[in-house]
Design a protein around this ligand. Structure first.
Ligand code: SF4
Length: 65
């Protein structure tokens, strides 16, 4: 799995960082997403996929490779 995020699109809601703190964090001042791990381990794939679905502005993309 490869993860990418769009800081331009992110509205800083924090859902992804709450759901999968191993992969997502938030920038200190704006609260926008910080991608900690673009290639998360397999056990986190379901949570990351769910976080992408739950992002209100579709700022998280996941691909298989
Ligand atoms: S869930 Fe989406 S909008 Fe919210 S902080 Fe994460 S990337 Fe940004």
């Amino acid at each position: 799995m490869h993860v990418s995020t769009s800081v331009e699109t992110c509205v800083g809601c924090g859902q992804c960082a709450l759901a999968v703190p191993e992969v997502f964090d938030q920038e200190q001042s704006e609260g926008t997403v910080v991608l900690l791990d673009p290639n998360p381990p397999e056990d986190l794939h379901p949570a990351v996929s769910q976080a992408a679905i739950n992002c209100p502005v579709e700022a998280i993309s996941v691909s298989k490779s």
